[in-house]
Design a protein around this ligand. Structure first.
Ligand code: NAP
Length: 440
């Protein structure tokens, strides 16, 4: 019997990404087949509006339409199911059922992976089927492939990145034109740069999902998003940006960081998401608007920088197609890679023990009643908590209130938080304040 030269794909979810992925599969069929060395056939498309989308995309009759993903899972003429529903409920049922039915899976769903990594990894191993997810982290940037394959033989020690376009748009605009987070978010929504409900972007949860997936890729273990220390843009004030740019030669970026301690076994991971003061000449400061970037440090390769569009139907669908090509080659070559990390998990995805944040300098902004002796009280309180100051400056807003900006020497975050808590107890200090990490 001659080996099969066809890969049969079914796409579940025909929204922004799904419809574009199906369109690209149809439009690039010939080039795709040449690269694949076999035929790529779309067998099903699935969404509540599948019939209307299929009409709009002028799909041939041979592509079946359904509202129910179970039709895809139960069809023996499907090799790969592409999950583009989003969310972590129905998508989880679909992905687990697909693997159990012997289908390979491609997903763009960071939320699903961050919440259910061990279960998905277990089912994939049991079924000996692959799960690909390039679009789940920074869409068009091939960071998953780089970590899983390109750097497979290296030891990656850290990934620091800008993984959310909405917050990066807000912070870039704030640096260049001023304005508050809420004003700029409204503008981003008008421009289609932000979701109608941007909560998960602004509170850092979207970045935490991507950090969780990255931590799994680097270590083979699992760090759920709710175990990742997370600060969003809530506390970032226009005054902080002005001070950062004009007094510190820095700008603010929402960074997701994963650092792996390979010396401990099992590996321990430092992971956090927070607005961070980045020097203006650092490559991450040059990432503007809706773009994403990741700075990767590896033992042999040294530093690598990845940059590109982190969202949008085109970038995400392009990443899905890249997965389809890689997976198609595996299927046709008979060498499926059923470990989600390319072998790093060693057969288990144990829950990782998070490491505390490594010490860094911090920036603290306080609103203080402008009275003699207040500064001395504040510096005294910081000193008592073991936090030493490298710079302090004061800008009087009125005769009654002043902004006090403090830079600390490298300190443990828990010490700085304790010190700030102590200072906020003073009647002369307003509760409204900022605390930002400096990229060392
Ligand atoms: N948008 C981006 O830029 C981007 C970038 C990277 C990754 N992603 C990820 O890609 C995934 C899809 O995102 P998207 O922006 O394309 O989402 P979307 O526009 O909301 O599309 C979701 C699609 O799934 C369908 N669907 C959801 N639940 C369903 C159910 N229970 N039964 C039938 N159909 C259902 C919807 O059907 P109806 O249309 O009938 O409602 C819709 O077609 C998400 O995981 C997202 O995080 C998105």
């Amino acid at each position: 019997m001659s080996p099969r030269r066809e890969v049969r794909v079914a796409v579940a979810g025909l929204g922004n990404v799904g419809a574009e992925a199906v369109r690209l599969i149809q439009a690039r069929k010939r080039a795709f087949s040449e690269r694949l060395g076999g035929r790529l056939t779309t067998t099903w498309v699935c969404s509540r509006r599948a019939a209307a989308v299929a009409r709009r995309l002028k799909l041939p009759k041979s592509v079946k339409r359904t509202k129910d993903w179970r039709d895809l899972v139960s069809d023996p003429n499907v090799d790969v199911i592409v999950e583009l529903y989003g969310g972590d409920k129905e998508a989880k049922k679909l992905v687990i059922a697909a693997l159990r039915a012997g289908k390979h899976v491609i997903t763009a769903n960071k939320h699903l992976l961050a919440q259910h990594w061990p279960e998905i990894a277990r089912e994939a191993r049991k079924a000996r089927r692959s799960v690909y997810f390039e679009a789940a982290v920074a869409s068009a940037i091939p960071i998953v492939q780089a970590l899983r394959d390109g750097l497979a033989a290296d030891r990656v020690t850290s990934v620091t990145g800008i993984f959310n376009g909405t917050t990066n748009f807000v912070l870039s605009k704030m640096a260049h034109e001023g304005g508050s987070v809420s004003e700029i978010v409204k503008e981003a929504q008008r421009l289609g740069m932000a979701e109608r409900d941007p909560t998960m972007d602004l509170n850092g949860m979207d970045t935490a999902h991507k950090v969780s997936v990255t931590a799994s890729l680097l270590s083979g273990g699992w760090l759920p998003a709710d175990k990742i220390a997370r600060v969003g843009l809530e506390g970032v004030h226009a005054d902080d940006m002005i001070f950062a740019v004009h007094e510190l030669g820095r700008t603010i970026r929402l960074l997701g960081t994963v650092r792996v301690d390979h010396a401990s076994s099992p590996a321990r991971v430092e992971a956090h998401v927070q607005p961070t003061l980045v020097p203006l000449d650092h490559p991450l400061a040059a990432v503007h608007g809706g773009y994403n970037a990741a700075l990767v440090e590896a033992d042999s390769a040294g530093d690598l920088m990845f940059y590109g569009k982190g969202a949008g139907p085109g970038p995400a669908a392009g990443a899905v197609l890249a997965d389809l090509l890689a997976l198609g080659r595996e299927i046709l070559g008979g060498a499926e890679a059923f470990d989600l990390t390319g072998g790093r998990s060693g057969g288990a995805s144990a829950m990782l023990k998070p490491l505390p944040e490594s010490p860094a300098p911090y920036y603290i902004r306080l609103q203080v009643k402008d009275r003699p002796g207040e500064l001395a009280k504040i510096t005294g309180a910081l000193g008592r908590e073991g936090v030493s100051i490298s710079k302090i400056s004061q800008a009087s807003r009125s005769r009654a209130a002043a902004s006090v900006m403090i830079l600390t020497h490298p300190s443990a975050r828990k010490d700085v938080e304790r010190a700030v808590k102590a200072v906020l107890k003073f009647a002369s200090v307003s509760k409204s304040h900022s605390l930002l990490r400096l990229l060392p």
